[in-house]
Design a protein around this ligand. Structure first.
Ligand code: FE2
Length: 400
């Protein structure tokens, strides 16, 4: 028996034990704008059960449903989009609001005559506290590698409990309109759940493989179809997630400018995140280069996360198309959560000057934000550090 076969058998067994609750599967937590006080708990069921309930509490209660102090019913249920002849399965979204910041929430889902085991997630802090976030994109085509990276994220979550969520930069699946693709992705996602049942929330981004797919909205509780850009606020940190799959100019650019203007007054750290790179290590630049980069520079965004290229990259600090150590912005990425890695065009000027890096390497990015320091680390599949960056807050934002 080959090692690969034994590995696959173990994974099948692990996935089966983590996801088999008869009619319920794909339990997940999604964050959008206010992760200190709000979260969506979602799942897949074989049948639409209008009496479904999420039981939740700040203290673990196990399977004693009557002991939970809070309950929430799905505000949205429906058939995943896969053609009129399909009878299911169904998505279910329960929105939890008025949560306490920096608090563990334990929950059990009862739906379609089944009950899950107790899982939990931690809300983001509202006051100053060191936090960590994972960033990464492109998990669509190399499924074996996706399982490896999900296992790594689980290990990181267990090792660093300050990790709050994964900002996924898009291209989850090969065909965003294929339910079997999403079914597999969501099943694999359960491998990021820790042994003690802690779920890794997802802050979602639309990639070109999701394009206008309805399933993206149905998986990630996305009520505003087609828009998919928003700001996630965690204490004095803002993550602006943009959508490169609709017009990058027009409404979205106007919205970005308004956001940056106001966040620049209120936040110490501003990060941008989107799928198609402005400073790519493989392909041609997206329209973001002309439409968004001048705004990032005017408002001195701290760091920008890009995906889509299938390489690991850290650019030099860029300001007005030149290396600028003081005012420059570093663009990092560019997709390595389960896709074959490409060969980067590392002769591009922004990957030179001793401060740029580009290589073929599966990776996830770990960002640690302390009082006056942001530490970025690119982590390879074996846990080693591919590259790291330390930033101080911009001088213009130190007047609080
Ligand atoms: Fe892509």
């Amino acid at each position: 028996m080959t090692m690969k076969f034994i590995f696959s058998l173990n994974l099948i067994l692990m996935l089966w034990t983590q996801t088999s609750y008869a009619g319920i599967r794909h339990q997940r937590v999604t964050w959008h704008e206010n992760p200190s006080t709000e979260a969506t708990i979602s799942w897949t069921s074989d049948k639409k059960d209008e009496s479904s309930i999420v039981y939740y509490d700040t203290i673990p209660k196990g399977d004693k449903l009557r002991a939970y102090r809070y309950v929430s019913s799905p505000y949205s249920q429906g058939k995943y989009a896969r053609g009129i002849f399909h009878r299911g399965p169904f998505y279910n979204h329960a929105r939890l609001i008025n949560l306490l910041p920096d608090t563990d929430y334990h929950f059990v889902i009862v739906s379609d005559k089944a009950q899950t085991k107790e899982l939990w997630f931690r809300t983001a802090p509202a006051s100053k506290k060191n936090i960590r976030l994972l960033f990464g994109g492109d998990s669509r085509s190399d499924h074996e590698q996706r399982l490896v990276m999900n296992g790594l994220m689980k290990d990181l979550l267990e090792m660093h409990p300050e990790i709050l969520a994964l900002v996924h930069g898009g291209d989850y699946v090969n065909n965003g309109s294929s339910w079997p693709d999403w079914d597999k992705w969501l099943t694999h996602h359960s491998l990021t759940t820790t042994d003690k049942g802690r779920v890794l929330p997802i802050i979602p981004t639309r990639g070109n493989h999701e394009f206008y797919a309805k399933l993206f909205n149905q998986v990630w509780d996305w009520p505003n179809e087609g828009k998919s850009y928003y700001t996630t606020e965690i204490q004095d940190i803002a993550i602006i997630t943009l959508n490169t799959e609709v017009s990058i100019w027009g409404d979205q650019r106007d919205w970005l400018e308004m956001q940056l203007k106001s966040l620049n007054r209120d936040k110490k750290w501003i990060m941008a995140n989107y799928h198609r790179p402005a400073f790519p290590a493989v392909k041609k630049p997206s329209t973001a280069r002309d439409a968004w980069v001048p705004l990032f520079e005017t408002y001195q965004v701290d760091m920008v996360f890009e995906s889509d290229g299938h390489v690991y990259k850290q650019t030099a600090p860029i300001f007005k198309d030149k290396v600028d150590q003081e005012r420059g912005i570093i663009y990092v990425g560019e997709g390595g959560l389960g896709v074959k890695q490409r060969t980067p065009k590392d002769d591009r000027w922004f990957l030179q000057n001793d401060s740029g890096i580009a290589m073929s390497a599966h990776h996830v990015q770990l960002v640690t934000i302390e009082e006056d320091r942001l530490i970025y680390e690119g982590i390879s599949e074996d846990g080693s550090v591919l590259g790291s960056i330390q930033l101080q807050p911009r001088p213009s934002r130190l007047n609080d």
